[in-house]
Design a protein around this ligand. Structure first.
Ligand SMILES: NC(=O)c1ccc[n+]([C@@H]2O[C@H](COP(=O)([O-])OP(=O)(O)OC[C@H]3O[C@@H](n4cnc5c(N)ncnc54)[C@H](OP(=O)(O)O)[C@@H]3O)[C@@H](O)[C@H]2O)c1
Length: 217
């Protein structure tokens, strides 16, 4: 993996385009794939995320070192998980019933939603991150590496090397990465849990990511 991996983002909505701007600004090559329903995406992206390149799903999967999935959780199955073998995949999604509707199997499943997504392809190196930061805060709260009082973002996943790659990305776009260990710990980052949407320091976020803390939440 090069110092600056090529990033492919599925989803050219609020999160996908905010991340594209931050990643382009930090010197990354950014590819972005929209939904088949979106028309004139080249024009949209040239205005809202200049420097990012619109591609189809096949080209994205072929070229990206790191794939970020930023589509509605209820549409997660429409991205090509079967082609993510060995790929670092950042799950930035949240199960959000006002958008996704109530999904009984998800409501009844105690696992983190990223574990449910990871089960779509056990060979993908799934990392949960970015989901606990509102899109409107992504640029407002980003601060350069080395700045004091940076907001922390968690990186959880079962593959330590994949976590390290994503942690470097988080640092590059302006946040303090916190290594939260196993993907199962990501429950603490989900809606209804204390780390969700909160501006926390690395120490504060780290304390919420211990297994005991998320089980108690
Ligand atoms: N909004 C936030 O502050 C925030 C923060 C953190 C995480 N999240 C999570 O991030 C995800 C995206 O949120 P958002 O606010 O960016 O939603 P959004 O503005 O609705 O954008 C999502 C985009 O993904 C598109 N899409 C659907 N299936 C696709 C596919 N297979 N390939 C490419 N694009 C596809 C959608 O198109 P269609 O409309 O045609 O389906 C839509 O344009 C959600 O899971 C959300 O819970 C949101």
């Amino acid at each position: 993996m090069t110092e600056r991996p090529v990033i492919g983002i599925f989803g050219a909505g609020k999160v996908g385009t905010a991340l594209a701007r931050l990643l382009v600004a930090s010197g990354h090559e950014v590819l972005i794939a929209g939904s088949p329903r979106q028309t004139a995406l080249d024009l949209l992206v040239s205005v809202v995320a200049p420097g990012a390149r619109v591609v189809g799903p096949d080209e994205l999967v072929e070229l990206a070192d790191v794939v970020i999935v930023a589509v509605p959780f209820g549409k997660a199955g429409s991205v090509p998980w079967d082609r993510f073998d060995g790929r670092i995949v950042v799950d930035a999604m949240n199960y959000w019933p006002p958008v996704d509707g109530n999904i009984a199997e998800v409501d009844e499943d105690p696992r983190s939603t990223s574990e449910l997504n990871a089960a779509r392809n056990p060979a993908a190196r799934v990392v949960k991150s970015l989901n606990h930061l509102g899109y409107h805060d992504m640029e407002d709260d980003a601060l350069p590496p080395g700045a004091r009082l940076r907001r922390a973002l968690a990186v959880v996943g079962d593959d330590a090397d994949a976590r390290a790659v994503v942690a470097r990305l988080i640092d590059a776009i302006g946040f303090d990465p916190v290594d939260g260990g196993a993907l199962a710990h990501g429950v603490a980052l989900e809606p209804g849990h204390p780390a969700f949407g909160q501006a926390l320091s690395a120490a504060e976020l780290g304390a919420l990511l211990t297994p005991a803390a998320h089980l108690a939440a």
